[in-house]
Ligand binder design. Structure first.
Ligand code: HGY
Ligand code: MN
Ligand code: MN
Length: 439
């Protein structure tokens, strides 16, 4: 059995021959270390303190005080893991660790810690704490990767992948005026987190500028838990298109306006919500459509609503299909408008482009799980992730762990400590295997 110095020398030797065996660790007969599951899950529990809400989950929305306090805690964990954390101009936290060869492109590993309002304690948090745990385990075992390593905590994933999309160059400057759930605009939020919108262009990374990206995440669906599978190997991540929809009618007295003389924006919006559901269901496939937020104005019981603002979100692995469904909905809304004397206007909020993961990364993740005697299932992600932005600039892989009962974006979100530890061990083993194989 080799010691660490011999291991590193063998790693360099094997890398120098560039004829790396399929499984370096088997060839070198080196046991890949395991993460410290107890520490990892303790960090998750500690992280859940920031923004904890009365119903048992977290409301740690991006750019909130809880988000900023949690980020400070995460940066402490990075330092303890011998990472050097900095905040980039987009407000992302990047913990760097030098590799053996500074000329190689960096390997990135990470996720997010912001949550939806009344969200759960695992979405994004498992991958963020898992990435830091992997770095700490490497440090404790004196393993130095060939590639420079960057552990990234992306800012405002839930509001629209703003941190990772800034790096992939997909944030339209117009979006910086969007108002986030914290009430701050994206630009104000980035400054609140220590970023600098004026220097946003500096965080842009060109396609090919990273050796690869890995993300550990909870499935947020029920497949793995239902079928008792340990690890999900993600093959594709859905595209997400969101619009703000404004329905305009005419506010009038609720008592003196006859029912056939109304231009009731909320009646039109109610029919629109049903239209979205009916249209999405009517088309074969896995697409989904949601109206997640709706507000009527002026919002008084004795006034016929003259205006409604709601959101429309469509998701599918195929961007063209999303737009086909959208066009059908818009056409159907025109009939609603005619029938109710109202009008519909659409403003896109943001677009996350669908992504396919890299087949080499999928193979490494599956093999790493198998070496750990864990079962795997290849599956698509119905949730959006920072990995889909990273896939725009480099080869990307995603590792899922089971979500109990498939519940997510809810205080009842739950993944077990054992599953989380399994996921982090697969993340560590996959990172090391890819580090030995990639240029
Ligand atoms: O909305 C999503 O799919 C992700 O959790 N942000
Ligand atoms: Mn997430
Ligand atoms: Mn989420």
């Amino acid at each position: 059995m080799m010691n660490r110095r011999q291991f590193n020398a063998a790693l360099i030797g094997a890398a120098a021959t560039a004829a790396l065996p399929r499984d370096l660790f088997a060839a070198l007969r080196v046991d890949v270390p395991r993460v410290n599951g107890g520490r990892l899950n303790a960090h998750l529990t500690e992280l859940s303190r920031f923004g904890r809400n009365a119903v048992g989950g977290v409301s740690r929305v991006a750019y909130s005080d809880a988000d900023r306090e949690a980020r400070a805690y995460v940066m402490e964990l990075m330092r303890a893991a011998k990472l050097e954390p900095t905040i980039d101009a987009a407000g992302n936290i990047i913990g760097r660790r030098a590799g053996q060869d500074a000329s190689l492109r960096p390997m990135l590993v990470g996720s997010h810690i912001d949550s939806v309002p009344e969200g759960g304690n695992f979405d994004g948090q498992v991958g963020s704490m898992g990435a830091i745990e992997v770095a700490q385990t490497l440090s404790e075992h004196s393993i130095v990767t060939r590639h420079p390593l960057e552990v990234v905590i992306w800012q405002n994933e839930e509001g629209g992948l703003y941190g990772s999309r800034s790096v992939s160059g997909d944030v339209n400057p117009r979006e910086l005026a969007n108002v986030s759930r914290s009430g701050k605009t994206i630009a104000e939020g980035i400054a609140f987190l220590g970023g600098d919108v004026a220097k946003l262009a500096e965080v842009r990374r060109m396609p090919g500028s990273i050796a690869g990206y890995l993300e550990l995440h909870i499935e947020q669906g029920g497949t793995l838990a239902r079928d008792r599978v340990n690890i999900g190997v993600v093959d594709g991540i859905v595209g997400i298109n969101q619009w703000e929809v404004t329905v305009t009618g005419f506010s009038n007295h609720a008592g003196t306006t006859a029912m056939n003389a109304r231009r009731d924006a909320l009646l039109a919006a109610a029919r629109f919500v049903e239209l979205v559901n009916r249209t999405v269901i009517s088309i074969p496939g896995r697409q989904v459509g949601t109206v997640g937020r709706i507000q009527a104005f002026p919002g008084a019981p004795n006034v016929v609503p003259g205006k409604v603002v709601c959101t429309l979100e469509l998701r599918d692995l195929d961007a063209k299909k999303i737009m086909m469904v959208y066009r059908r909905i818009v056409a159907g809304a025109e009939k609603i408008a005619r029938d109710t004397g109202t009008s519909f206007a659409y403003q896109d909020i943001h677009t996350d482009i669908p992504a396919v993961t890299d087949p080499r990364f999928r193979a490494v993740i599956a093999r790493s799980a198998k070496e750990l005697e864990l079962t795997t299932r290849q599956l698509p992600s119905g949730a959006g992730h920072d990995a889909q932005a990273m896939a725009r600039i480099g080869p990307t892989g995603m590792i899922f762990v089971p979500s109990q009962e498939g519940i997510s974006h809810s205080p009842r979100e739950l993944s077990t400590a054992g599953d989380i530890t399994n996921g982090a061990n697969v993340l560590l083993r996959s990172l090391l295997a890819l580090d030995s194989q990639l240029g």
